[in-house]
Design a protein around this ligand. Structure first.
Ligand code: HEM
Length: 158
């Protein structure tokens, strides 16, 4: 049973989150990033283009050799929809688990980001919105990549 103090702090936290969310929405005319990207149709088209581009990108396509790409496309859509406040539940695995056995490098991570930019270009999503999405994905690099320099830096390694 949570104490009254914890409940109170929880309410304060929630209120702050709602206020921050409202401020972000007010700044963007009440629209979520999902809306501004063009909603479901545009985001699904982006993810579809991304899969086509990735399939012909020899820098990274080999990592998807044993992957059900239809399922991957759906999960990536759900994840991007969820991250951009489109309200979709994400039903896939967490990023660390999904990529744990793939030995992905920073170069491959960057190649995937480039492919995503190209996919957004193909469906005419403005560059500044593309950057907002990529900025949301950037922190995942640590979970996806095996050779990330951060963990190899003795100053910050655990
Ligand atoms: C922030 C960057 C990334 C995001 C948001 C992302 C997202 C996802 C998602 C949503 C899935 C499906 C999870 C599931 O199967 O439950 C997945 C799987 C996968 N990702 Fe990524 N990914 C990223 C980076 C990369 C990179 C850089 C590569 C390789 C170059 C990669 C290769 C794969 C492969 C091969 C799978 C399928 C694994 C399997 O079939 O078991 N991903 N990713």
């Amino acid at each position: 049973m949570p104490s009254p103090m914890r409940l109170w702090l929880g309410c304060l936290g929630l209120a702050a989150c709602i206020a921050a969310g409202n401020a972000a929405r007010a700044e963007s005319g009440g629209l979520t990033l999902f809306d501004r990207l063009g909603g479901e149709a545009k985001l699904r088209a982006t993810v579809h283009e991304f899969v086509l581009i990735m399939e012909s990108d020899d820098r990274i396509n080999f990592t998807f050799a044993n992957t059900d790409l239809k399922k991957f496309e759906q999960l990536l859509y759900e994840q991007l929809c969820n991250l951009t406040q489109g309200g979709c539940p994400y039903t896939g695995r967490d990023m660390y688990t999904a990529h744990a056995k793939l030995n992905i490098t920073n170069a491959e991570f960057n190649a995937l980001a480039e492919d995503l930019y190209e996919a957004f270009d193909r469906v005419h999503v403005p560059y500044r919105l593309q950057n907002k999405v990529v900025a949301m994905l950037a922190p995942m690099q640590h979970d996806v990549v095996k050779d990330h320099p951060v963990s190899q830096n003795p100053a910050v390694a655990k």
